[in-house]
Design a protein around this ligand. Sequence first.
Ligand SMILES: [Zn+2]
Length: 232
Amino acid sequence: MSSNSDRVDIAVTALRQAIIEQALKAGTKLPEDEIGRHFAMSRTLVRAVLGKLEAQGLVDTYHKRTATVARPSLEEARDTFAVRRALEREVVKGVIRHWNANVEKALKAHVAEEETAHARGDVRHSTRLAGEFHLKLAKLSGNFLLERYLYALVSRCSLILAIYGRPHSSECAISEHLALINALRDSDVAAAERMMDEHLNAVESRALLDEDMTAEPDIGAILSRYVARTLG
Ligand SMILES: [Zn+2]
């Protein structure tokens, strides 16, 4: 029997993944009773799950009877990218301070994984890996707060791309990640910051207004898939 906090974590991870990979689209209702039934948890625990997702900018619960997948406005989307650019400049400085051969190896292995997913045409997986590249950098910066805030910002940026991006547009260009690794290795702070800025500008510009809304999906079926993967 898993503890309550384990079950909350499993539900948060499954829902987060389903939202970021666009299986649950912006505006989709997330009824407490349905989620509670699915994860065999009380309403109190379901509210804890939704609260954590709200802190990541993925769910709206305020002033609503039923929580929904968040739908940031275009202005909020621009603000999110502005904050992310500022924080990722700090990440760049931290990573350069902590650079060594193992860091380079880990980052290159991650990009190789991105390439494999991209070559397979696995858009969902490669989009997830693209976000994880930035989270890996944040972790390598050695600043725990940066890591935590970036986690929320990268999640929200993935949601923004899901709402406003062209269908199947990828979040990050793999070649840009490789160029960034080279600038970090050269310990050129100014060049690496500039490259990160340009990269994030490119990511933002791919998030063009092109709303893609479909009918309410079968939440139970989607969650089954994501829970199986979270546990597997
Ligand atoms: Zn990127």
